[in-house]
Design a protein around this ligand. Structure first.
Ligand SMILES: [Zn+2]
Length: 274
């Protein structure tokens, strides 16, 4: 079953999680709505792509209103395709929400068990990973392009949560909209790194198209890494939405030849009134 539901032109929600876990906001934006123009038309969420700062802030404020999660409660990262994951507390709120300068440096993953914090990351083909351990109120997000994937940012989140006393079988993961295997052609350089993560794996997540050209399923590779880390298959949901195929919905770095906007993944517990 597709985990992402289209409730509004500007975002998809992880409805089955939001229904099961009251107070949770989780989803990813589309490119529709918003005030960005040109190659960033219209709902660009990325500060670092050359768009006007005012347009990006206006788009972010618009999403904050739509999902009812104030911008001052968001955190964002300066994503560098590494695997640094940070635990976030209320003291961090607002960092990276309205400017790139104050985003967490070199950070591609976040987690928290506190309310009133929205963990956000930007994408245009890379794989958004959403994590939850409902019994521990723990939530997380990670940005996995091919580098983050082969360096196993997915497993690193499971390890971080292990330090918090959370077992892999208590972790649920949604693998979100990103480039599909048909759209993602890579070379031997990438496949060599992929192979290093596939020791003892029988069914490969790529196919050879011709000499030195491979069709790579990054979402499946993240699933394989999560399974190896001990997350049960029944806890993992994968989308069928492709950032490159679905041109009307998503920005795609590959399809748009590098000049494009960014979608925003988000996950957070809304603040309950005390
Ligand atoms: Zn595709």
């Amino acid at each position: 079953m597709e985990p992402f539901a289209y409730n509004h032109q500007s975002y998809f929600s992880i409805n089955n999680w939001m229904e099961q876990y009251p107070g949770l906001a989780a989803g990813i934006t589309t490119k529709k709505g918003g005030s960005s123009t040109g190659v960033y038309e219209g709902f660009n969420m990325g500060f670092h792509v050359g768009d006007q700062l005012e347009a990006v802030c206006s788009n972010r404020n618009h999403l904050a209103n739509l999902i009812q999660f104030p911008l001052k409660a968001w955190v964002g990262g300066e994503q560098t395709h590494d695997t640094l994951i940070r635990k976030i507390t209320k003291a961090d709120r607002g960092k990276g929400s309205d400017s790139y300068d104050r985003a967490f440096k070199g950070t591609d993953g976040f987690y928290t068990n506190e309310e009133g914090i929205l963990l956000t990351l930007c994408y245009a083909d890379c794989v958004p990973l959403f994590f939850i351990s409902p019994n521990h109120r723990m939530i997380g997000a990670a940005h996995a392009g091919w580098k983050g994937t082969v360096n196993e940012i997915a497993r690193k989140m499971v390890d971080k949560w292990g330090e918090e006393g959370i077992l892999p079988n208590q972790i649920f993961v949604v693998i979100g909209p990103s480039i599909c295997e048909k759209c993602y052609i890579v070379n031997d350089y990438v496949i060599n790194f992929v192979e290093n993560t596939l020791v003892d794996v029988e069914k490969k997540p790529y196919n050879t198209i011709e000499e030195g050209q491979y069709s790579l399923d990054l979402r499946e590779l993240n699933k394989i890494i999560l399974l190896k880390a001990g997350v049960p298959e029944k806890n993992i949901q994968i989308t069928k939405l492709c950032s490159s195929c679905d041109q009307s919905e998503f920005f795609s770095h590959r399809r748009d030849q590098g000049k494009t906007g960014r979608m925003l993944s988000y996950i957070g517990w809304k603040e309950t009134s005390e």
